[in-house]
Write a new protein. Structure first.
Length: 256
């Protein structure tokens, strides 16, 4: 793009500088910022389209602060068709910790995968079709296990799914550790992308946040405001461990 800019008299760019940037293998942080973002940071002023046609006012609240409350929903999509529009499943204290894949650097969470599969089953029982569901996760190791366990639904990393639309999005954040580390999960652009993917849908709208350890994520200063907005949309569902099965999942508690 920079080579093109040097050879033209007028350059017109359109896009969202707050979307996730390019995936850069180099450790040079400059390469992780798009050309549009660099121009914004340099003081260039861009007009903003403030009306969106993708999601209702409840889902919009998840990312509205990112856009200084300037973004609003068109009347045709503004009214939620389901309440709550987003659900949080809290697994604090049940021992579902993240694990590093053998011989690699990516992370996965076996306990969280069980919650995710139970959530997909609950959605199917409610009449939601597999093609209406999208599953996103920041980590490729978790994604590989999701695709193996639930090949009937479309799944991808947060970066790869950016811009896609589904009636229901199930997000698996993976991170759960004693060190309270979030890594790139705390990137505000990645968090906002998780909240922007649900489509208005034909007969329901929901964002289900499957199995995240509330204590770890709530401790992140960048994640906490996102979590507060999410919790404002509906009650928290807690997961418990069935005492007769050490490590077993209390499905009834999960799905209530």
């Amino acid at each position: 793009m920079w080579l093109l800019a040097a050879r033209c008299k007028r350059l017109i760019q359109a896009g969202d500088p707050l979307q996730l940037g390019p995936v850069a293998i180099s450790r040079d942080p400059l390469l992780e910022r798009s050309m549009l973002q660099r121009l914004v940071d340099a003081g260039f002023v861009f007009p903003m389209l403030t009306e969106q046609y993708r999601f209702n006012v409840d889902l919009l609240s998840l990312c509205s602060r990112t856009y200084a409350e300037r973004l609003h929903a068109h009347p045709s999509v503004a009214t939620p068709k389901r309440s709550p529009a987003a659900e949080w499943i809290d697994t604090a204290g049940v021992g579902f910790d993240e694990e590093r894949e053998e011989g690699g650097e990516s992370l996965h969470n076996p306990g969280e995968l069980r919650i995710l599969l139970a959530t997909l089953e609950a959605l199917r029982e409610e009449g939601v079709l597999p093609e209406q569901i999208g599953v996103i996760t920041p980590y490729r190791a978790q994604l590989a296990r999701i695709r193996e366990a639930a090949p009937e639904v479309e799944s991808g990393t947060v970066n790869a799914f950016q811009g896609r639309e589904k009636d229901v999005i199930v997000a698996s954040f993976v991170r759960s550790n004693a060190e309270q580390e979030l890594g790139f999960v705390a990137d505000p652009r990645r968090l906002d992308t998780c909240g922007r993917e649900p489509l208005r849908g034909l007969d329901r709208e929901a964002v289900r946040r499957s199995d995240r350890r509330h204590a770890v994520l709530a401790g992140g200063k960048r994640f906490r405001p996102f979590l507060e907005r999410l919790l404002a949309l509906g009650p928290v569902t807690h997961v418990t461990v069935a005492p007769e099965e050490p490590g077993g999942l209390d499905i009834v508690s999960l799905l209530v």
